[in-house]
Design a binder for this molecule. Structure first.
Ligand SMILES: [Fe+2]
Ligand SMILES: [Fe+2]
Length: 262
């Protein structure tokens, strides 16, 4: 970490399909040179054609220089990942799923805590993310003031409310799941960096990652078509957060949105 007592963390939204995986793996070394982050967190729930993350891609993300991978509602969909959720401390699933499910919702790596939670509006009826968050933040703060929360949720009000609940208690609350970057990156009054959704790392010309024609067909027919991944040039979306190392207080949050030519 730099001698000036600050730390920089790069957080990237849902990695979607092969275009998103390729963009992350090829572009991460360049992003590291450009932004010089001390730590990298990505959401990996859509790596396998939109449906979860498999063991091979998990390893490739970690080898490429990702420090922690967070999950979401799709994280359970590749069976070979399930044992990794228990064995790999750099891989998270939302903490408010039943405690008997595989995996963990919080990890502390290099004195940086990462917490993964999931919202309930328009999603599965999980345990209360607000109560779960307070319990985990209390536990994390015994080890470090640097706490980053990925809130994987559909509903803006739910995301903003969690941001204010945790304001001053964590370094950042960042949203994932809706795949479109929101224009509200800010530091909340208590010193927590916040954005409702970081946006995805995936095909730019798409409907949240899927091919527009197949997405339109699905909406018009209301039949359960499996979405096809759009094969257009990817864009990498996320935020760079700079914080005080001693206090965990966020100093700056900068949205990142980088088109990648293939
Ligand atoms: Fe997603
Ligand atoms: Fe999701």
């Amino acid at each position: 970490m730099p001698a000036d007592g600050t730390i920089k963390v790069l957080l990237l939204g849902d990695i979607y399909g092969a275009p998103g995986c390729r963009a992350l793996i090829f572009k991460l070394p360049q992003l590291k040179k450009q932004f010089n982050p001390d730590f990298v967190i990505v959401n990996g729930e859509n790596a396998c054609a939109g449906f979860g993350l498999d063991r091979d891609m998990m390893s490739r993300f970690l080898q490429a220089g990702v420090d922690v991978i967070t999950g979401g509602n799709h994280i359970w969909q590749q069976e070979d990942l399930l044992p990794c959720l228990d064995s790999e401390p750099r891989l998270l699933r939302p903490a408010n799923y039943p405690p008997s499910n595989p995996g963990r919702g919080m990890t502390v790596i290099d004195k940086i805590a990462v917490i993964n939670l999931q919202g309930r509006y328009g999603m599965q009826p999980l345990d209360c993310p607000f109560r779960t968050a307070l319990n985990l933040v209390r536990e994390a703060r015994r080890q470090t003031p640097l706490i980053f929360v990925d809130f994987h949720a559909e509903n803006t009000a739910e995301k903003e409310a969690l941001g204010f609940l945790l304001d001053g208690k964590v370094t950042a609350v960042v949203g994932t799941h809706t795949h479109v970057q929101t224009a509200d990156a800010k530091i909340l009054p208590g010193g927590t960096a916040y954005i409702t959704d970081m946006g995805m790392c995936g095909p730019s010309e798409s409907v949240i990652g899927s091919d527009p024609a197949s997405a339109v067909l699905k909406q018009r027919t209301q039949m359960p078509y499996k979405p096809v991944v759009a094969e257009t040039a990817p864009v990498i979306n996320g935020v760079l957060v700079c914080a005080q190392r001693e206090t965990g207080r966020a100093l700056e949050i900068t949205p990142v949105s980088i088109p990648c030519e293939e």
